[in-house]
Design a protein. Sequence first.
Length: 256
Amino acid sequence: MNENSSLTEIWLAILAIDLFRYLIPAAAIFSLVWLGRKVLQKYRIQATPWRATQHIREIAFSLSTAVIFSIIGTALFFAITGGYTKIYTDREQYGAIYYYASFFLLMVLHDTYFYWSHRLMHAKPLYKLFHKVHHYSRQPSPWAAYAFAPPEAVVQASFYLIMVFTVPFHPAILFAYLIFMIVRNIWGHMGYELFPRWFVKSRFTFWSTATTHHDLHHETFNYNYALYFTWWDHWMRTEHPEYAERFRQNAIGASK
């Protein structure tokens, strides 16, 4: 795929990448928890079982999200190859430190964007149009990671539009981040808490969201808006008051 490929060829290639980026890790993590459900039952966050109709809905909306992402991705491809963005290809242009640090910069910026756009989509005038579809899954499964209504899919993709036009990133870092992001997103929707019990209290990990963090958001609706870090929920007092306790009840090492 290059700038000499036809528009259709470029779009289909980007669509294939987006589909595989969702389907492969979602299928892998779903298979893990489904095949091991008897062994993993004690780590199940919500007792209500998944239904096949839920998975069909989640996959259908996730596939529509992949289509929307691919359309926006195609536009970005032409913007990048046309030299209209901040994307750079020489790893030495900004130095090795920035090259690797930019991955973590993406995480911090994305977490901030996600928190505030997420809260905004919970506002009554916007919720039904943008975010209601995602909350159809009160007991989310790995397939729910991309289960967005089309308007929300545009909101989610807009983060990358903003980034490539304002902050320098190497394509390899951007692609690696996209892989990390979807795997982390699927992990956050898998419905089982597979982090150790000390995770939310350790000074090295308390700032990172566990699966229980986002699962509680689906269950209770008005708490835990963040993506990777607990900072914004702490600062804005939107963390669920029972998050730490619910986590300890289900995490590896909990006594049941």
